[in-house]
Design a protein around this ligand. Structure first.
Ligand SMILES: [Zn+2]
Length: 115
């Protein structure tokens, strides 16, 4: 993901509507591009501050901490998707081995190599 694509996705990232297919590229970009990380911070603070004004909450607020929590939540989602993918791959590989073994046995029996 480049900086322009990142900027387009900021609003979706903050409000939780980011397309899952964009999430990994977005998080990787924010960790590798200080300018975009700062841009995200500005959008996050403005967005969160406006929401607080709307709700008439005047106390101070840890914007950086809240943004770090949001990023951390997304990183957990990415990790969860990775683990899910690895599990599916392991199951598929096991199933492939079982099918190949069954075919090998059927082949050997077909030619009367096994009794
Ligand atoms: Zn960037």
């Amino acid at each position: 993901m480049n900086c322009n694509e990142f900027e387009t996705e900021i609003r979706h990232f903050i409000d939780g509507s980011i397309d899952p297919s964009q999430l990994r590229g977005f998080v990787e970009h924010l960790h590798g591009c200080p300018e975009c990380y700062d841009e995200l911070g500005i959008y996050f603070i403005v967005n969160t501050a406006l929401a607080k004004v709307d709700r008439d909450e005047a106390q101070s607020y840890d914007f950086q901490g809240q943004m770090d929590i949001l990023i951390n939540d997304y990183e957990k989602q990415i990790h969860h998707l990775d683990m899910k993918h690895k599990t599916v791959c392991a199951i598929t590989n096991t199933a492939n081995i079982v099918v190949l073994a069954a075919l090998a046995i059927a082949f050997l029996r077909w030619f009367n190599i096994l009794q």
